[in-house]
Design a protein around this ligand. Structure first.
Ligand SMILES: NC(=O)c1ccc[n+]([C@@H]2O[C@H](COP(=O)([O-])OP(=O)(O)OC[C@H]3O[C@@H](n4cnc5c(N)ncnc54)[C@H](OP(=O)(O)O)[C@@H]3O)[C@@H](O)[C@H]2O)c1
Length: 313
């Protein structure tokens, strides 16, 4: 089968190749998937450039964590899914998963039935990003009915941000999102109640306190005007030294950095929202496996709206 392999640490064009690899054999708790689409995430390109583990995130020369496709075989201990089912998932994260290949073996617990309402590219593009949004909002206590609560998403147009906006909206929250002005209309379509240009310091300073700040960007301390007594602050990228003290001094009740994890049951809830028409995935760029270098380079611009996805026939 064809698979993507990194020959070492470096730029996408220098170290990415397509190779013939051995077909994986699913273990007892695993499912063999014929891959239809794989979302690329910043972690894929950062770990390729570094060529080593990132803390608990395992480096492998065979990359890829997101996956959507059709089940072709299941291990002896697997009841669901079954051969022929369309599934999607974040495989094994933070262990290496090798999804950028024609076939991949994935633990059944990491998978859910793919949303019927989504294209294969949307299914493949969603898992890591939507689970990050899901787990981050959960960490901030934004679960269940969040009517009347106010959420600020910093980086609302990115892979994680555009899904966080929608998940918070689906829970009933009032959502404020930052993005460059060209992306404000699309965020409004996704349900954002207010959009703010992240380069407009006056607009950022004028933000009123919210209940939850979710930061998906690496831009220093979040706007302190948005932080008041009891604001829960969550980051997926980390804050600079001193930021936590400043946020707590402004009233933040919690300041937390979270790390996404594989989570099939949460993806089943995501699929229910998708099929109810309440959650969509913006596909910024969709390229075939043979163009996986261009796909990585597009993601590395840092300017995407939604997801970059590699598709397989
Ligand atoms: N902790 C975890 O488990 C976890 C999980 C997933 C991702 N991450 C990390 O989270 C970060 C975001 O991931 P992602 O997949 O969402 O990235 P992404 O899709 O590449 O994000 C790109 C978006 O960020 C926007 N952006 C850049 N700087 C901004 C700023 N200062 N304010 C507002 N928007 C800004 C860009 O908009 P413009 O073009 O308008 O600038 C673009 O729409 C990455 O560093 C990634 O490694 C962590």
């Amino acid at each position: 089968m064809r698979a993507v392999r990194y020959t070492g640490a470096g730029a996408a064009a220098e170290v990415t190749e397509l190779v013939e690899a051995a077909e994986p054999v699913p273990g007892a708790d695993e499912v063999l998937i014929r891959v239809g689409a794989v979302g690329l995430n910043p972690v894929d390109v950062k770990i390729r450039a570094a060529g080593v583990d990132f803390g608990s995130i395992e480096y492998s020369p065979l990359p890829g964590w997101d996956v959507a496709g059709e089940v072709v075989a299941v291990g002896a201990a697997v009841d669901t899914p079954a051969p022929g089912d369309a599934v999607y998932g974040l495989a094994r994260f933070p262990r290496a998963a090798h999804t950028l290949a024609e076939l991949v073996a994935v633990p059944a617990a990491d998978l859910a039935t793919a949303p019927a309402a989504w294209s294969v590219a949307q299914r493949g593009g969603a898992p890591l990003a939507v689970l990050t949004a899901w787990h981050a909002l959960e960490a901030a206590g934004l679960t269940g009915d969040a009517s009347g609560r106010r959420v600020l998403v910093l980086g609302g147009a990115g892979g994680v941000g555009h899904l966080a906006v929608q998940v918070a909206k689906a829970r009933g929250a009032y959502v404020v999102a930052t993005a460059s002005p060209a992306k404000h209309a699309v965020l409004a379509e996704l349900g954002a109640d207010e959009t703010v240009d992240y380069r407009d310091q006056a607009a950022l300073a004028a933000l009123a306190p919210v209940d939850v700040v979710l930061s998906t960007v690496d831009e220093g301390v979040p706007p302190l005007g948005a932080v008041g007594e009891g604001t829960a602050v969550v980051t997926i990228t980390g804050f600079p030294e001193g930021a936590e003290e400043a946020l707590r001094a402004a009233g933040a009740s919690t300041v937390e950095r979270i790390m996404v994890r594989a989570d099939g049951p949460a993806l089943a809830e995501v699929a229910a929202l998708a099929d109810a028409g309440r959650l969509t995935v913006l596909v910024d760029t969709e390229l075939p496996l043979a163009e996986v270098v261009a796909a990585q380079e597009r993601l590395e611009t840092g300017r995407v709206t939604g997801k970059v996805v590699v598709t397989l026939p």
